[in-house]
Design a protein around this ligand. Structure first.
Ligand code: GLN
Length: 469
């Protein structure tokens, strides 16, 4: 019944919103029946059993199209599923479809998709944000109760803010990246997108796992055993895989930091006003709020675009028309085949990143750009380390504005990159961040507030976010 109900809603709104690249009603109904049988037999329990889910199209799903919203993977059906998807399936989740995204997750509006744009369900003439715009739009439009997204520089938090839903980017290494088609491997994390904080915590508990197939996956339980994150500043915050226990409506004594540098020039007054109002609510509930200096974040955008593009240029070299995906029809020799396949298969934004990434990695420029960006990344991490000696949670906007109109961002890539100002330093430092809705602007577009925690301290941001629900 749940699957049918969501597909009825999809039929009503999908023509306008276009959240999905592929939908599979038949497969979902069949799977729901099997799951129901297991639930009836008592062999399957848990909050996600029988619940539909939508998954971003850069997560591999066995035997089902996984396109990264790119022509080059238009017909690609993986032979295995991503670990996060397997974890969901073990918990009885029912996959209803794959969601639209910016091509290879490069973008902030879901407009670089080869399969056309997704529209913001709150206002169809605006973008849903990106790159997980399809996942966020699907949740906002009630086409799916929750979804998975990926976040390299804000791609879960920013579209969640634009669509008025909750999105969580976990600490790097928490959710296995096995089967996530890589963009910037040292930055990518998979995370949940849902209607509320409770659902996000429940989903994270299912998808997070230690996985030997991902060499950067971390056994969070070993951190619990070493006492990391436990009862710091009186906040009970185990570092392991128990996120539901953080759903406590109490922030008394919680130390909240407001980086001055995130509330200055460039931030739309209406966004600022709504965020500061939410901060006041936390204060009224007993949190201790203090401003502080985080000026190093001004270097986050150039550092991020150098590192992310460098990694992308290397990761995307596998799409050569030989092993899988699109191959050009006519060619003369191997090199010409590579060249034509990649020229025809990738969109403009992806090509821009590959060129930029190859340039900053090339000999003669490596030290000046790539190495410098890595050093900047280390400094930003240190600045956050120092801040978290004083604070439990840092609060920032998720984006400087509400969702822009369709077509506005593509003409000016630099302006689009600047919109990532509040989210990307979190990826550079590997930290967890959550975006929650805190109201609307005068046009009725949602405003998102971001809460950032120290590594492995998801529980603090979940608790602070839950208190505002
Ligand atoms: N907008 C950023 C970029 O284009 C972030 C995207 C992401 O997090 N995948 O790289």
């Amino acid at each position: 019944d749940a699957v049918n109900a969501y597909f009825e809603q999809i039929e009503r709104v999908e023509g306008d919103v276009h959240s999905f690249v592929t939908l599979d009603r038949e497969g979902a109904l069949k799977r729901a029946e099997e799951v129901q049988k297991q639930i009836d037999e008592g062999t399957l329990t848990g909050p996600l059993a029988g619940v539909p889910v939508a998954v971003k199209d850069n997560l591999c799903t066995k035997g089902r199209l996984t396109t990264c919203s790119s022509k080059i993977l238009e017909n690609f059906k993986p032979t295995f599923s991503a670990e996060a998807v397997c974890n969901l399936e073990k918990a009885g989740a029912v996959l209803i479809g794959k969601t639209n995204m910016d091509e290879f997750a490069m973008g902030s509006t879901t407009e670089t998709s080869y399969f056309g744009v997704t529209r913001n369900p709150r206002n169809l003439s605006h973008v849903p944000g990106g790159s997980s715009g399809g996942s966020c739009a699907a949740v906002a439009a009630c086409e799916s109760p929750y979804a998975l997204g990926s976040d390299t520089g804000g791609s879960i938090r920013q579209p969640s803010a634009f669509c008025g839903v909750v999105g969580l980017k976990p600490t790097y290494g928490t959710v296995s990246r096995y089967g996530l088609i890589a963009y910037g491997s040292s930055l990518d994390q998979i995370g949940p997108i849902a209607k509320d904080v409770t659902d996000c915590a429940a989903i994270l508990e299912v998808i997070a796992s230690h996985d030997s197939k991902d060499s950067t996956s971390i056994d969070r339980n070993s951190y619990v055993n070493r006492g990391v994150g436990i009862k710091e500043s009186g906040m009970d915050c185990p570092a392991g895989y128990d996120f539901m226990s953080a759903l406590v409506n109490d922030v008394s004594g919680m130390r909240i930091g407001i980086p001055k540098d995130y509330f200055g020039e460039g931030l739309e007054p209406e966004v600022k006003e709504k965020i500061l109002a939410a901060v006041q609510v936390l204060k009224d509930k007993g949190a201790v709020v203090e401003e502080f200096d985080l000026s190093l974040v001004q270097y986050a955008i150039p550092a991020y675009y150098v590192i992310a593009s460098a990694e992308a240029s290397s990761n995307l070299s596998r799409f050569d028309g030989v092993k899988y995906g699109y191959r050009t029809e006519e060619y003369e020799g191997l090199h010409n085949m590579y060249k034509k396949t990649r020229s025809e298969g990738f969109g403009a934004e992806v090509k821009r990143r590959i060129m930029l990434g190859s340039f900053v990695l090339s000999s003669g420029y490596y030290d000046a750009y790539y190495l410098k960006a890595l050093k900047t990344k280390a400094l930003i991490k240190e600045a956050f380390d120092r801040a978290f000696e004083r604070f439990d949670v840092i609060i920032a906007p998720a984006a400087p504005t509400t969702a822009p109109k369709l077509g506005q961002s593509l003409s000016d890539p630099l302006k689009m990159y600047l919109g990532d100002i509040y989210t990307i330093s979190v990826n550079l430092a590997g930290l967890p961040g959550i975006s929650i809705p805190v109201g609307k602007d005068s046009k009725g577009l949602p405003i998102g507030m971001q809460m950032i925690g120290n590594c492995f301290q998801e529980n603090k941001i979940i608790r602070a976010a839950y208190t505002l629900e």
